[in-house]
Design a protein around this ligand. Structure first.
Ligand SMILES: C[S@@+](CC[C@H](N)C(=O)[O-])C[C@H]1O[C@@H](n2cnc3c(N)ncnc32)[C@H](O)[C@@H]1O
Length: 258
């Protein structure tokens, strides 16, 4: 796949310094406690630089936490994740995996995919293929926690454009973000200047799906929606929600959590 993170990966954590991953991991763990408190194993997709993995892994059962594997489609992000995991000293197995590919390893109690990974798939067939791989990766009583960014998020934050600039140890950057409400495409351009003066451009295109579209794609893949949470709260998502945390279970399972 084209990798819009190949150069960005080295400075991704600095660009995302405002994201509170310990809080995000606590939110996911709150969902697990509510819907599948016996969970012992996790397969994370779209793990990026591993920031969520090292925060969530210790929440698993003692003495060593979750049996945790994490994947991303970008080799450069996985390389950064290896460093994150090594520095944190957490037992997280890592690999390169594109969405929709078979998730290696035994069935997982929890599949996690957060922070817009799903939105990087630009058509619903690809979203359905992703969900099929999630269904196949789940143990019969397992759950998937998958987030999505909604059209409300892009309208509220990028309809008039969003520009910023910053510095990391790996590069300085200019970021422009635009939302085409008709096509529901959100495009973010990073212009990176490396320490040796070289300039690189990386383009990220995401599609803002409605909740109905995502739920239908999941259903077509054999996943039943158990809950849809508003942002990081324990309240149902609605039309104004900017980020939804979905909880899915295998539709074919007798052991499906409520
Ligand atoms: C916004 S980043 C979020 C990363 C991480 N989950 C986090 O919270 O920091 C989106 C991630 O999705 C990955 N991604 C995008 N499209 C993908 C695809 N088709 N297959 C696998 N990973 C993909 C990117 O490489 C990137 O690491």
């Amino acid at each position: 796949m084209p990798d819009p993170y190949s150069a960005l990966a080295a400075g991704y954590d600095a660009v995302m310094a405002h994201v509170d991953y310990p809080m995000w991991a606590a939110t996911v763990q709150g969902i697990v406690r509510r819907h599948h408190p016996q969970a012992r194993s996790v397969a994370e997709l779209g793990c990026g630089t591993g920031a969520l993995a090292v925060a969530l892994q210790p929440y698993g059962p003692p003495p060593s936490g979750y049996d945790y594997r994490a994947f991303d489609g970008s080799p450069a992000m996985v390389e950064q994740a290896r460093e994150t995991v090594r520095r944190a000293g957490r037992p997280v197995a890592l690999g390169v995996l594109a969405f929709g590919e078979t998730v290696p390893g035994p069935p997982a109690d929890l599949v996690v995919l957060v922070y817009d990974g799903l939105n990087y798939l630009l058509d619903l067939d690809a979203v359905t293929a992703l969900f099929e791989s999630v269904r196949d990766a789940l143990a019969p009583d397992g759950i998937a926690v998958v987030d999505q960014s909604t059209p409300a998020n892009s309208v509220n934050h990028a309809a008039d454009g969003f520009d910023d600039a910053g510095e990391t140890d790996a590069f300085s950057y200019l970021r422009t973000s635009r939302y085409d409400a008709g096509a529901r495409l959100h495009t973010t351009e990073f212009e990176l200047t490396l320490p040796d003066g070289r300039r690189l451009r990386e383009t990220h295109v995401q599609r803002a799906y409605t909740m109905d579209e995502v739920e239908a794609a999941a259903a077509a893949a054999g996943l039943a929606a158990v809950a849809a949470y508003d942002e990081f709260e324990d309240v149902p998502a609605d039309d104004a929600t900017e980020r939804v945390h979905w909880v899915f279970a295998r539709a074919d399972s007798e052991a499906r959590p409520a």
